[in-house]
Design a protein around this ligand. Structure first.
Ligand SMILES: *Cc1c(COP(=O)(O)O)cnc(C)c1O
Length: 455
């Protein structure tokens, strides 16, 4: 193996963390986000060798470029086989436009792809006999269950998840509150941004230095690296690889972790024609890309694609960094990124709830493809991109479906007249007892609870 990849902070004062250190730290001590010092290249020859390989094999090939020096190849290979045991279907909808279904994992959200790998990495890093490592996470809907599932029962780890009580569906809540064991769930009487702010403050709180924390939010680099794999997977399945064909990819985005995975794949050499960056009515990024002016949406707007109700994406600092700029932990732009290059690589558009609902109804009626609100935002944005004559109509394209329709049964039934069939993992939830407490948006109370429970 060549020299292992080291990790630096977007705030610029750290440049030599190993993968293990970055995984266990979460947010960098200077409050920046970890990025690989360089993105390992995947060449055309590498891609040709991967055509026809299974998802775990492709994951192994991509991730070993980052894990060298931390996990040996044999370990990584077995972790990939163990994490990726579910299908990753691709559905052709119309022309050469496809939906990549990332919704077949155990919590029926694309977050399983990252959380299951990160959980296995971190599980390998904790040592018996040490105080527990507390995985502290805020969720807007799907992170919580994916992370809690990925770490449930892992020795040496305690999981604490904060979620906005009024903003997640019953099913999303039950996916977290029925796990128990080393998983503790707290409902916050506020918005996702309040949960995220409390978590960030706890990480930075010197009076909690007796608690060993890490983050499983998409600020953790362990959440990003595995998310670069399925971009390559879709390309290998759909494109004329030998011809070096390019592909349009639409990403329904909230905290922009998913998109960052795609941008890493792109930097590694994936032939992407353009990323379509789809948001819901939280349109701070589309406006930023268009006007060069960044303004957070405060408070964030409540949309049916609830996992994307984010008024200031925590991974935007990483996008800015990849394009030569600097955004600090408060969201202030200290150095502008290359906006012309951003616009050349990405096309961003907000999709409101009305268009989201119409897209779900029409895609079912016209193509018998069932989308849910997040995937519908991505699909609607992709079609807007084609309608705006940005590329020829026969360009290869894929839109990510990030959750299973059965997570939103009432909405889907109302729009399509069909009851979405829940995958087995969701169907069994109904019978299980729930357990969670509720707290206000009160940092001091939260701090005391952390100290008492884990200090
Ligand atoms: C988290 C989530 C998103 C947004 O992903 P980001 O990485 O935060 O941009 C989209 N759809 C679903 C279903 C999600 O759970």
């Amino acid at each position: 193996m060549a020299n292992p990849i080291l990790f630096r902070s977007t705030n610029g004062t750290i440049d030599d963390y190993t993968l293990g250190q970055a995984l266990l730290t979460g947010q960098a001590p200077d409050l920046g986000l970890f990025m690989p010092q360089q993105v390992p290249t995947i060449t055309q020859a590498d891609r040709l060798k991967l055509v026809g390989k299974s998802y775990p094999e492709i994951a192994f090939d991509v991730l070993r470029r980052y894990t060298g020096g931390q996990f040996d190849d044999e370990t990584l290979r077995s972790l990939c086989d163990d994490a990726y045991t579910f299908e990753v279907p691709i559905e052709q909808v119309r022309d050469r436009r496809h939906v990549l279904r990332l919704d077949m994992g155990p919590t029926a959200s694309f977050k399983d792809f990252a959380a299951r790998m990160m959980g296995r990495w971190v599980g390998r890093l904790v040592k018996p006999g040490e105080p527990p490592l507390v995985v502290l996470t805020a969720t807007s809907g799907d992170t919580g269950s994916a992370v809690a599932q990925a770490f449930a029962g892992v020795p040496g780890i305690e999981v604490l998840v904060l979620f906005p009580v009024a903003e997640v569906s019953d099913r999303q809540r039950k996916q977290m509150t029925t796990i128990g064991g080393n998983v503790t769930i707290l409902g916050v009487e506020g918005k996702f941004d309040d949960c995220q702010a409390m978590v960030k403050r706890a990480f930075a709180d010197q009076t909690l230095s007796n608690v060993r924390f890490t983050s499983a939010n998409s600020i953790n680099i362990g959440r990003l690296l595995p998310q670069s794999v399925y971009y390559l997977y879709a390309y290998l399945r759909l494109a004329d690889v030998a011809a070096g064909e390019t592909m349009v990819i639409s990403v329904p985005s909230g905290n922009f972790g998913d998109l960052c995975g795609g941008l890493l794949a792109f930097r590694a050499g994936l032939p992407v024609e353009r990323f379509v960056v789809a948001t819901n009515a939280n349109d701070e990024v589309p406006i930023f890309y268009e006007t060069d002016e960044y303004t957070k949406v405060v408070p964030s707007r409540t949309c049916i694609s609830n996992a994307m109700n984010v008024g200031h994406p925590s991974n935007l600092a990483r996008v800015v960094d990849l394009y030569g700029g600097h955004m600090d932990e408060t969201g202030a732009l200290k150095r502008m990124p290359d906006m012309d290059r951003i616009r050349a690589d990405m096309w961003s558009v907000p999709i409101d709830d009305e268009e989201t609902r119409r897209t779900i109804a029409e895609t079912w009626r016209d193509y018998q493809i069932m989308l849910e609100p997040h995937g519908a935002v991505g699909w609607a944005a992709l079609n807007r991109f084609f309608d705006a004559d940005q590329v020829p109509a026969n360009t290869l394209a894929v839109s990510l479906e990030t959750a299973h329709p059965a997570k939103f049964p009432d909405e889907i039934r109302a729009l399509t007249g069909v009851d979405p069939e829940p995958p087995p993992a969701l169907a069994s939830l109904e019978a299980l007892p729930e357990s969670y407490d509720t707290i206000g948006v009160d940092y001091d109370g939260f701090r005391d609870l952390l100290d008492k429970q884990y200090g």
